[in-house]
Design a protein around this ligand. Structure first.
Ligand SMILES: Nc1ncnc2c1ncn2[C@@H]1O[C@H](COP(=O)(O)OP(=O)(O)OP(=O)(O)O)[C@@H](O)[C@H]1O
Length: 332
């Protein structure tokens, strides 16, 4: 019978959906625009993201998942339903089984909310998986062997560090320090140094265009626009990659510390495997220039950025869907 199982990476920055047999069919920012008085959903995904920081008083563009947790239940549910219906449309031949990778720190109440949202969108069964496990599988690691595999998944809200062996997480740490905090650090730096207020979108653009953690890395500069705190008027100024590196120093150090902590807790046999296999970086934060080199230097093991790091989790869900019965343990 035609199977239409779907895998979802419900990320704080992006939602990605994999449909069995079709591959990744949806990749949209986790943003919803709503009318504040009626709570009516006006736009979801990229359309809503374009509105962030630019809405009139009665419309708000919100990110319902923040810091790796669900900040707004109802809106998360509305977003999930919208995306599931969009990929399924009228073509669901049977109710799909849905595998969802959600932020690692969500509570049982939040898990229930996600399940109910998925069920209300037509799911026959809902499974939950840990993000680093899906990330490792999606990055091509064979985590089912009795050997150590280490993954550092740097998303928007959380960085998840895990050592996996025989299909399970052996040691792990999840910190609320990832892409969003990088953006806030850039906003704060520009505000303190130049008395210039910039929005989240601008900070993210700076990070992607010239962000680096390596002193000998990028030598670029970029013009940025914002509101001068002194005159209150719009202003343009230039910021260099070195300045962005300075701004990112603290959040990046926290990620290095989390990775060290996990390595320190790892049984020695598995540590030895990690020296051979290296650490794999996944998630959008893995694309930050020089981060792989910095981590390799600090951890003294090889560090590699996964191919297509922002798609690892959703690709992992796709592989897990093919082996749903013996790979996924938690049906919640
Ligand atoms: N080239 C780049 N350089 C640095 N950061 C980047 C780059 N491209 C994307 N990012 C950042 O990656 C983050 C999004 O990554 P990703 O989609 O993996 O997160 P997520 O899965 O939604 O979040 P989480 O895992 O925390 O739930 C954003 O903060 C984004 O700014």
């Amino acid at each position: 019978m035609f199977s239409n199982d779907i895998g979802i990476d419900l990320g704080t920055a992006n939602v990605l959906i994999h449909v069995k047999g079709k591959g990744v069919v949806l990749d949209e920012p986790s943003v919803v625009a709503i009318e504040s008085d009626t709570k009516k959903v006006l736009a979801v995904g990229e359309e809503a993201r374009r509105m962030v920081g630019r809405t009139p008083g009665n419309i708000i563009a919100i990110r319902p998942l923040r810091d790796g947790v669900i900040a707004d239940f109802e809106v998360t549910e509305a977003m999930l339903k919208y995306f599931i219906n969009r990929v399924g449309g009228k073509s669901w031949y049977s109710h799909p089984r849905i595998l969802i990778c959600a932020p690692t720190n969500i509570t049982s109440v939040e898990q229930k909310a996600i399940r109910e949202a998925a069920e209300r969108s037509g799911a026959k069964e809902v499974f939950l998986e840990e993000e680093p496990k899906a990330a490792a599988i999606g990055a091509g690691m064979d985590i089912f062997e009795p050997s150590g595999n280490m993954v550092v998944d740097i998303g928007g809200g959380t960085t998840d560090v895990a050592v996996l062996s025989m299909g399970d997480v052996v040691t792990a740490s999840s910190i609320k320090m990832a892409g969003d905090k990088f953006d806030s650090a850039i906003m704060k730096y520009v505000k303190t140094k130049y008395k210039l207020l910039i929005g989240e979108r601008t900070a993210e653009d700076i990070k992607i265009a010239i962000g680096t953690v390596n002193p000998s890395g990028r030598r670029a500069e970029m013009d940025i626009r914002g509101r001068d705190m002194v005159s209150g008027l719009p202003k343009t100024l230039s910021i260099s990659a070195d300045e962005v590196q300075e701004a990112l120093r603290d959040p990046v150090s926290a990620i290095v510390a989390a990775a060290k902590f996990v390595l320190e807790q790892t049984p020695p046999e598995l540590s030895a495997d990690i020296i051979d296999r290296g650490v794999i970086l996944t998630g959008g934060g893995a694309l930050l220039s020089g981060l792989d080199e910095l981590l390799a230097e600090e951890l003294r093991v090889p560090v590699l950025v996964a191919e297509d790091p922002m798609h690892c989790v959703v690709k992992g869900t796709g592989i897990m869907l093919d082996n749903l019965d013996h790979v996924v343990k938690k049906k919640f």
